[in-house]
Design a protein around this ligand. Structure first.
Ligand code: P5A
Length: 439
C-alpha cells in the first residue's frame, strides 16, 4: 500500500484525553478514532491488526475443534427473560425498542441465544459434544468506558459455548479452550497467565481469567516467578482427554491470583517466588453446568433413551481489547513494536529522498518486487523529509523498515532495520527482498 493512497492520520502529540500508553499510541499511529464515548472506528491500519488477531483466534478455535457460526448483535428481550437475566443484568445492558414497541437489546454476550439455537437443532447424544463460537461485536454500557479499546462500550469478542452430555465431557471442553487460549496468546507474542477467577454475572463454579502483565492493567495480580518464562507453543491432540488434563494441571500448579486472593497466594507458600504486578484480562472462561440449559429447557435424548440436560461452558476473548494489550506489552519511547504475527504490514519501505529521481525510481522498483514476492508492504512515498518518515515508521511499529537513499544506491545497497532491536544492516537489493520474504 502506498502511504499517499491510504488513510493514516498520524499525530505528533498525545491527545490530552488518553491516559495510558496503548491508547495514546493507538490514536497517534492512526489506528482508531473515537466516534462516541467508548465507541471507536477502526481506521485502515488498525483494522489490519484487528483482522490478524481475529485470524489467529479463529485458527486456534478451529484447531481445538470449535465450530464457527455467526449470531446477530441485536437480540430480543424475551430470549433473556427465559434465563431470568433480562432484569438481573442492570444498566450495562443497552435496551432498545423497535417500531412495534418490541423490546430488544444489543447483545453483551450470547449464552441465551446460542442455547436457544442449540435447543432447536440438537435432538440426541449424537449431536453432542459441540463447541460453537462466533466473533461478533458486543455492547456493554460501562459506567466508565476508558483506556480506549481496552474498556470500550462496543467491543469485538470471540465467544465460544460448549455443550456436553456429562460433567467429565464438559471439563474436557473446558480444557480444550484452556489450551487453545495458551496457544492463541503465545502466537501473538503474549505471555498470558491463567488465574482462577470469580464467575460474576455469567455464573458457574469454575472459571479462569487470562491476564497479560502490564503496569497499566486494571487487575492487580500475584503470581509465581515461573510465569515469567515465555510460553511455548504446543502441538496438541485436542481429543486426548488425559493429555489435555495434564497440560492444564501443569499450568495451574504455579500459583497465580488476582487481588482479592492475595493472602491466599501468600499462604500457598509461593514465598520468594511470589511476584506482584498489574495485568489486563484478555480472556475469560467459565464452566457453569446446566444453568442456562435447564432454565431454557434444553434437553437431549441419551443412548439409553433417557433425557439429559446438557452441561455448558462459555469462553471469551477480548479481540479488540487485545490490540491495546499487545501495545501495552510491546512498545518503546518511539512508538509501537508489533509482534510479526499481528503487524499490519511486514515492512515499511522508505524513500529517504523524495526529491531524488534515482531514489524514487529505485523505491518504486523495490515496492513492485516486494509485492511480487508476496510481502505486505507499506510504502512511504510521501513528499516529506527522511526524518519525518523515520519517525512515522517507528511510531506505527512495522517489524522491518527498508530504507532507500542516494549513498546506498550508489553502492547497490539498501538499509534494513529491525524495529524491535534497532539493528541495521546494509544489504544488496536482491538479498534484502529475499531476507524479508523469508521472515
Ligand atoms: C464468556 C464468553 C463473557 O462474556 N460469555 C461469553 C462470557 N465473559 S467476559 O469475561 O465478560 O468477557 C470476555 C472477554 O471480553 C473482553 N471484554 C471487553 N473488552 C473491551 N471492552 C470491554 N468493555 C470488555 N468487557 C469484556 C475481555 O477480554 C473479557 O475477558
Amino acid at each position: 500500500m502506498r502511504l499517499t493512497r491510504t488513510l493514516l492520520p498520524v499525530m505528533k502529540e498525545s491527545p490530552a484525553d488518553a491516559q495510558i500508553i496503548s491508547h495514546k499510541l493507538m490514536l497517534r499511529a492512526g489506528l482508531v478514532r473515537q466516534t462516541a464515548a467508548g465507541i471507536y472506528a477502526w481506521l485502515p491500519l488498525g483494522l489490519r491488526v484487528l483482522r490478524n488477531i481475529e485470524r489467529i483466534v479463529r485458527e486456534e478455535q478451529d484447531r481445538a475443534g470449535a465450530i464457527e457460526l455467526l449470531m446477530p448483535t441485536l437480540q430480543s428481550a424475551d430470549l433473556w427473560r427465559e434465563s431470568g437475566r433480562y432484569d438481573a443484568y442492570g444498566p450495562e445492558m443497552l435496551r432498545i425498542r423497535d417500531r412495534h414497541e418490541r423490546e430488544m437489546l444489543f447483545g453483551p454476550t450470547n449464552e441465551e441465544m446460542v442455547t436457544a439455537i442449540f435447543r432447536d437443532a440438537a435432538r440426541s447424544y449424537r449431536d453432542l459434544p459441540r463447541i460453537l463460537y462466533h466473533i461478533q461485536w458486543k455492547f456493554r454500557d460501562e459506567v466508565r468506558p476508558r483506556f480506549g479499546v481496552m474498556r470500550g462500550r462496543e467491543f469485538l469478542m470471540k465467544d465460544a459455548y460448549s455443550f456436553d452430555m456429562d460433567e467429565a465431557g464438559a471439563r474436557h471442553s473446558y480444557n480444550r479452550m484452556f489450551v487453545a487460549y495458551l496457544n492463541t496468546f503465545a502466537r501473538m507474542g503474549l505471555r498470558a497467565i491463567p488465574m482462577q477467577a470469580d464467575t460474576g454475572p455469567i455464573g458457574g463454579d469454575l472459571s479462569h481469567e487470562f491476564i497479560v502483565l502490564a503496569e497499566t492493567g486494571e487487575s492487580e495480580v500475584f503470581y509465581h516467578a515461573n510465569w515469567e518464562r515465555p510460553a511455548a507453543l504446543r502441538h496438541v491432540d485436542f481429543d486426548d482427554v488425559a493429555g489435555l488434563r495434564s497440560i492444564v494441571s501443569g499450568y495451574t500448579a504455579d500459583y497465580a491470583a488476582t487481588d482479592e486472593k492475595r493472602d491466599a497466594a501468600r499462604e500457598a507458600g509461593a514465598g520468594d517466588a511470589l511476584r506482584q504486578s498489574r495485568g489486563v484480562e484478555v480472556g475469560h472462561i467459565f464452566y457453569f453446568g446446566t444453568k442456562y440449559s435447564s432454565a431454557m429447557g434444553l434437553k437431549v435424548q441419551a443412548k439409553d433413551g433417557s433425557e439429559v440436560v446438557p452441561q455448558m461452558g462459555s469462553y471469551g476473548i477480548g479481540v479488540s481489547r487485545l490490540v491495546g494489550a499487545i501495545i501495552e506489552a510491546s512498545h518503546d519511547d518511539a512508538g509501537i513494536v508489533w509482534p510479526d504475527a499481528v503487524a499490519p504490514y511486514a515492512v515499511g519501505l522508505v524513500n529517504m529522498r523524495a526529491d531524488d529521481a534515482a531514489c524514487a525510481t529505485a523505491a518504486d522498483d523495490l515496492y513492485a518486487r516486494l509485492r511480487t514476492a508476496g510481502v505486505e508492504t507499506l510504502y512511504d512515498d510521501r513528499d516529506e523529509r527522511g526524518g519525518a518518515k523515520f519517525a512515522t515508521m517507528d511510531l506505527i511499529g512495522l517489524p522491518w523498515q527498508m530504507v532507500v537513499g542516494p549513498k546506498g544506491l550508489a553502492k547497490g545497497v539498501v538499509e534494513l532495520k529491525r524495529r524491535a532491536t534497532g539493528e541495521r544492516h546494509e544489504l544488496a537489493v536482491d538479498d534484502a527482498v529475499a531476507r524479508i520474504a523469508q521472515a
